[in-house]
Write a new protein. Structure first.
Length: 252
């Protein structure tokens, strides 16, 4: 992904902001958003097998089971283990314990952010069973939080990401000038979201997407399906307290 972003930047320098490079940047941004969420929540495409392989190795399908209980690592316990390991010069164990402690901290930050989100956006209730938090556990870069609001045929998905790769994609998209209004039919524009500079896009098949970078390495993305117009999606997004999210992430 970082390689693709670098290539996009080089293309801008060579071709300026012509339609080809602009379209490429939009695809990179969208790809970054999709890849981030899929990777964070373990939705990478499964390895496919040919029909012959499946027939040769028949397997029973699981029809029962309650899954796994998500238990964040115990922060204090792992810090204690790290201190003990470093005294014994067991540096590999020290690194593992510190990483587990960071993972536990990030998961708690994610839960705090979810608790700070409203139960409803307008008349659309949150489906809290779909709440998700994922962390790379490598130091406050790679934390992803997601909540879905859904009612009948209307949906608002809120994704908060503390991720440098996605932020780079969004910033490149914004600084390229791609979003600047050039025709009456253009489906993207710069908007003000609570004092933050954001990009609002519209697609007939996917609805509205509002991307708002904030702080040093974070971005919040709103995906709205079946909203009447841009005023409606902006009003819905306005229910989210971005300052509280920024505070929880420790962003400046």
């Amino acid at each position: 992904m970082l390689l693709l972003l670098s290539l996009a930047g080089a293309m801008i320098l060579v071709t300026g902001t012509d339609s080809y490079s602009q379209s490429f940047i939009k695809k990179i941004k969208k790809k970054a958003e999709e890849k981030l969420v899929k990777k964070a929540f373990g939705e990478e495409e499964e390895k496919k097998t040919s029909p012959g392989e499946e027939a040769a190795r028949p397997s029973m399908k699981n029809t029962r089971g309650g899954g796994l209980v998500t238990t964040p690592p115990d922060v204090e316990s792992n810090i204690t283990q790290a201190e003990k390991a470093i005294e014994e010069k067991e540096y590999s164990q020290t690194r593992h314990a510190i990483r587990q402690a960071i993972l536990g901290i990030e998961m708690q930050i994610g839960q705090n952010i979810l608790e700070g989100l409203p139960d409803k956006v307008g008349t659309i209730p949150a489906n809290m069973e779909m709440d998700r938090v994922a962390s790379s556990g490598i130091g406050f870069v790679g934390l992803t939080i997601e909540r879905v609001y859904r009612s009948d045929d209307q949906e608002l998905k809120v994704t908060v990401a503390n991720d440098a790769a996605l932020l780079s994609a969004v910033n490149m998209y914004m600084t390229s000038g791609y979003y600047e209004q050039s025709s009456d039919e253009q489906q993207y524009k710069e908007v003000d979201y609570k004092g933050y500079r954001g990009i609002l896009e519209y697609d007939d098949a996917e609805g509205y997407t509002l991307s708002v970078p904030f702080g040093q390495s974070s971005v919040i993305v709103f995906n709205g399906v079946n909203f009447a117009d841009e005023g409606a999606i902006m009003t819905a997004a306005g229910n989210i307290d971005i300052e509280n999210i920024k505070k929880e992430l420790g962003e400046k």
